[in-house]
Ligand binder design. Structure first.
Ligand code: ISL
Length: 559
């Protein structure tokens, strides 16, 4: 058996710096704000902080459009603030993982400014430029955020590729000079002492040769760029090169955001042989509830049948076992609040179902990620309306799907945005019941969720039954019991559409996890070994055979 690595036992906490804690009163969270909350994070018990991008950016996609990889966005502070945060985090025993966004830059990055200046500029080939075809874009790819993936640049009469918004031109990874620039930049961050990288859309860096057209779904104008580009011909070669030139220099944690990967691919990206990345984020379990019309994709509000969710999570648990490593997440800054999506955010069941979801995820094999506020059971923000949204994905959906293509009415889209929109996750962190939830003394950059006077950190820390303390216990279980990291997964009753039950099996012991995903009381009898200890539950007592609404239990047994 291979030795357990530190990142296999670790729990990661994701911070969206814009919305975590403002220290200056400008309404935007910042690095000093994060530093002021390290004691809170330590109390929760997490090991690693992943920061969404904090680099210089014109913020067309909230920091995912970077204009200087080595400068801190002044909204967030200075390089000295970053170094102070890193040191203070390390003194607290917390590691810091940085977001690495190198599929694309901002159109305001100096590389792009040079590149677009003329066809013979030395940096022309840093990006992907093509001549028009019949006066049109070079192919039929659509952007991830609606509309075309190509932008005509008047200066030279050529188009450039942007898989995301127009202000995010794609870097040309086929150019060795680009790869070298990226590796050198990463090495300088490693020299500063950071502990790893979360790599944005890393599965998209190698484009298919010839950039061929893809199939266009009925009712749509463009082909699905994710299908066309994900897991391109050289992606594994590039990552192995990055491993040799950068990642092997320190004991880092690496997680690749890998939109469009399947199991076969994930076994390469995240193989335990350590040639590429430690793990990937794959999105199958958060795409099972998509609209069947590919032109609409995530824009829908249908509930997800539990049987499908179990089948998907189980597939990844079973097939990566012993070969590659899973990351475990219910949500992030691109996903809605999980208690509103897979749980029940009504006052009667919010706390219970948030704990149930946490229990199910944290006892799986892999490295768990907690997104800020998830540990409070924060909910979707239905109080936000069209005048409040900031997210470019939401605004572009309105522009293209509603105004231009009439695929949805504005009211339909609003329903879907309230259920799935990214701003649900991005409203400011709720620290207290005081003005603006203690997030800022100024005007917050994004409206707060209206429920902050009930759901906040002060409340959670003062209530021994809060969601917070349940997360704290789950994290401690992972740290204390090696079987949480190593045990083999076994799904029970795959066809049960109300209860998720599974085992984690070791050579001398096992875990038994059972969770009721409904607001009904149900009876279930499992063949659970006799001498089982109840390790954790979200109810005060245990009734064998009965599962109350959203009840979740973990038993531990010796063989
Ligand atoms: O957010 C999504 C759907 O709502 C995803 O398709 C997402 O765009 C995809 O996973 C890539 O996300 C990452 O790169 C984007 C950035 O906007 C996201 O915030 C980031 O997580 C472009 O850099």
């Amino acid at each position: 058996a291979t030795q357990t690595k530190w990142w296999q036992k670790a729990v990661v906490y994701q911070i969206y710096p814009r919305s975590f804690q403002d220290s200056t009163g400008n309404g935007i969270g910042d690095l000093k704000g994060i530093e002021s909350r390290l004691d809170y994070l330590k109390q929760l018990g997490v090991d690693v902080l992943w920061l969404n991008p904090i680099y210089q950016s014109p913020n067309h996609d909230n920091g995912y459009d970077i204009s200087d990889y080595e400068a801190i966005n002044p909204e967030f502070g200075t390089m000295a603030d970053f170094q102070s945060l890193l040191k203070d985090a390390h003194d607290h025993g917390l590691k810091i993982v940085m977001d690495l966004v190198v599929n694309h830059t901002s159109n305001e990055h100096s590389w792009f400014i040079e590149s677009r200046s003329s066809k013979d500029n030395p940096k022309r080939d840093y990006y992907i430029w093509r001549d028009p075809v019949d006066g049109q874009a070079p192919n039929n790819w659509g952007s991830f955020f609606s509309g075309p993936a190509w932008q005509l640049d008047e200066a030279t009469g050529q188009y450039y590729l942007h898989l995301f918004v127009t202000e995010q031109p794609d870097l040309n990874w086929a150019n060795p000079a680009v790869r070298d620039e990226v590796y050198q930049m990463m090495n300088r961050w490693i020299d500063l002492g950071i502990d790893g990288f979360r790599m944005d859309v890393i599965s998209l860096i190698s484009k298919p040769s010839g950039l061929p057209n893809g199939p266009v779904p009925a009712g749509a104008h463009y082909s699905n760029v994710n299908q066309a580009v994900a897991n391109g011909p050289h992606v594994h070669e590039y990552l192995q090169e990055m491993r040799n030139q950068v990642l092997n220099r320190a004991d880092l944690m690496t997680v690749g955001e890998a939109s469009g990967v399947d199991i076969t691919n994930a076994k390469e990206y995240a193989n335990l042989n350590g040639q590429e990345l430690n793990m990937v984020f794959q999105f199958e379990h958060v795409e099972l509830d998509f609209n069947p019309d590919p032109a609409l994709g995530k824009w829908d509000n249908r509930p997800l049948p539990l049987v499908k969710l179990k089948a998907n999570l189980s597939k990844w648990q079973d097939q990566l076992y012993g070969r590659a490593w899973n990351s475990l997440f219910w949500m992030n800054h691109d996903q809605p609040r999980v208690v509103s999506r897979f749980g029940n955010d009504s006052p009667a069941y919010r706390v219970r179902s948030a704990k149930m979801l946490a229990t199910v995820l944290h006892m799986l094999q892999g490295t768990p990620y907690i997104y800020q506020g998830e540990e409070l059971g924060m909910t979707n923000a239905e109080n936000l309306g069209w005048d409040d949204f900031d997210d470019i994905e939401i605004l572009n959906a309105r522009k293209f799907l509603v105004d231009l293509d009439h695929l949805l009415t504005a009211d339909q889209l609003l329903d879907y945005v309230h259920y799935k929109g990214r701003d649900n996750a991005r409203t400011p962190m709720q620290w207290s019941a005081s003005a603006n939830a203690g997030f800022t003394t100024g005007t917050p950059w994004l409206k707060l969720n209206a429920n902050y006077s009930e759901i906040n950190v002060d409340q959670a820390l003062g209530d021994p039954d809060s969601v917070f303390y349940h997360y704290q216990k789950l994290i401690k279980l992972r740290h204390d019991l090696p079987i949480v990291t190593t045990g083999r997964y076994h799904l029970l009753d795959p066809d049960d559409n109300q209860v998720y039950a599974y085992q984690r099996i070791g050579s001398h012991e096992g875990l038994f996890v059972v969770a009721n995903f409904t607001a009904e009381t149900v009876e279930r009898y499992y063949d659970c070994p006799n001498k089982s200890d109840l390790l954790l539950s979200n109810y005060a007592d245990d009734r064998h055979g009965t599962l109350r609404p959203y009840e979740a239990k973990i038993y531990h047994y010796q063989k």
